[in-house]
Design a binder for this molecule. Structure first.
Ligand SMILES: C[S@@+](CC[C@H](N)C(=O)[O-])C[C@H]1O[C@@H](n2cnc3c(N)ncnc32)[C@H](O)[C@@H]1O
Length: 245
């Protein structure tokens, strides 16, 4: 059983095999690309967009943001923030263009450390892919992101949620215990993080609960899209905007 406090260490442990694990997940990178496109296509204005990749991990979502920016013909600067040094080390080992940097810290520290992370000038967009179910203080983090966003700025959250559907819960449990957890054993001889993955998704908000949180934190134009394939009704992309006025 992993507690929230132990989570960064659990990700440190899993970091060396993380990219190999997600490479075996059909659709992982395509779903990140779709989430990044949802952000880039909704950004206001056409100056260089300052973005935050909250819970950037080993950089897969950061890479997705850069590719989406190329597709949208937009210049971007991206700050990746993550609680796991091991995951950030994996990200740092990759080659990144100018304008991409990584910071070590908790999403819960975003408000307090924005100026240390050179974010106090505000940002146009935030992506949080597979982060929020790991955060207990969801309302507070959503409020801090809202504060950080420029008026008209956009938040995209990609997350698994099964609380609204018995079928989604059963499919999720079958996939975890028949595929994901055995695969993590074969890849790394460790299953702790992926057993946590199974449990944390089952304990996460229903789609409606998360939508309600977004509205309560002051976002508008909230949209939710579910993935295709076996992840239909399980993986969801939430897009929300900070009001202009
Ligand atoms: C499942 S990985 C996803 C990484 C990346 N966004 C991607 O899509 O590949 C979740 C990441 O969130 C980070 N994380 C978990 N809780 C966090 C928190 N409270 N604050 C910041 N990062 C956190 C973990 O260290 C991990 O790297």
């Amino acid at each position: 059983m992993i507690t929230t406090d132990e989570l960064p260490l659990a990700f440190d442990e899993a970091a060396p095999s993380y990219d190999a694990m997600v490479a075996r997940n059909p659709g992982y990178h395509a779903h990140l690309a779709a989430a990044a496109d949802a952000l880039l296509t909704a950004l206001p204005a056409d100056r260089t967009a300052r973005l935050v990749d909250l819970g950037c991990g080993s950089g897969a979502s950061t890479r997705a943001l850069l590719a989406a920016a190329t597709r949208a013909v937009r210049a971007v600067e991206v700050t990746g923030v993550d609680a796991s040094r091991g995951m950030l080390d994996e990200a740092a080992d990759k080659v990144w263009p100018t304008g991409v940097r990584f910071e070590h810290g908790l999403a819960q520290e975003l408000g307090a450390r924005a100026s240390e992370w050179a974010l106090s000038g505000g940002v146009e967009g935030v992506l949080a892919a597979y982060l929020f179910r790991n955060v207990s203080e969801r309302d507070e983090v959503l409020t801090d992101v809202h504060r950080l966003l420029e008026p008209g700025g956009v938040l995209v959250v990609q997350e698994y949620s099964v609380a609204h559907s018995r079928l989604a819960d059963v499919v999720w449990s079958l996939v975890c215990w028949l595929v994901v957890i055995p695969l993590s054993w074969l890849t790394s001889r460790q299953t702790r993080l992926y057993r946590y993955l199974w449990r944390s998704v089952r304990g996460f908000d229903s789609v409606q609960t998360f939508v309600d949180r977004l509205y309560r934190a002051g976002y508008v134009d909230v949209e939710v899209r579910t993935a295709a394939g076996w992840q239909r009704g399980i993986l969801h992309t939430f897009r929300a905007r900070k009001p202009v006025a």
